[in-house]
Design a protein around this ligand. Structure first.
Ligand code: GDP
Length: 171
């Protein structure tokens, strides 16, 4: 199962290019309820996609694989989605950002007891997220969509990925 998707697309003004606009699209993938629509709505309008799985996955500027740091099974789904994406776009250098959302819910994620750090089994630590991104060979960020925390950084990351991959303009 692919899981849920949300799409965000908008015009980006290219300052290096006489403000010539170009359209880009960002596909958000991940389990239902992890915060994809909330994130997408912060940036732009969202259109739900209902096409065939392969069509949905193909040809986006950037892919965000989103999980909730409070939901370990959504973190496991993120791994499966990464594998699917790689299968679909084998030859490509796919721009992917792994996003651990809902950090506002985990202030007490790590509980220190007598010098030991006891971690809740259900919750996903920032170290686990980071390690997963290294394995996936992608960027990583933790956000709180509802507090708008680090959402701007995520947006900057998306723009950076797009700019890095723009073909050079002919002289
Ligand atoms: P989607 O199914 O992945 O598109 O998830 P939604 O964006 O619809 O969010 C599911 C629920 O989680 C909604 O009730 C949101 O308000 C809530 N939610 C989304 N992001 C956050 C967050 O960062 N923190 C908290 N506490 N709730 C969030």
């Amino acid at each position: 199962q692919l899981g849920d998707t949300a799409l965000w697309d908008r015009w980006l003004s290219d300052e290096d290019d006489n403000n010539e606009d170009f359209l880009y699209s960002v596909l958000l993938l991940g389990d239902r309820g992890v915060g994809k629509s909330t994130l997408a709505e912060i940036f732009a309008g969202v259109s739900e996609k209902e096409e065939e799985e392969e069509e949905v996955m193909k040809d986006h500027s950037v892919y965000l694989i989103v999980y909730s740091v409070t939901d370990r099974s959504s973190f496991e789904s993120a791994g499966e989605l990464r594998i699917r994406l790689r299968r679909l776009r084998q030859a490509d250098d796919i721009p992917i950002i792994l996003v651990g959302n809902k950090t506002d819910l985990v202030r007490s994620r790590d509980v220190s007891v007598e010098g030991l750090c006891r971690r809740s089994l259900k919750k996903v630590s920032v170290e686990e997220g980071r390690a997963c991104a290294v394995m996936f060979d992608c960027k990583f960020i933790e956000t709180s969509a509802c507090l708008h925390h680090r959402v701007d950084d995520l947006f900057q990351g998306v723009v950076r990925q797009i700019r890095l991959r723009r073909p050079p303009r002919p002289h």
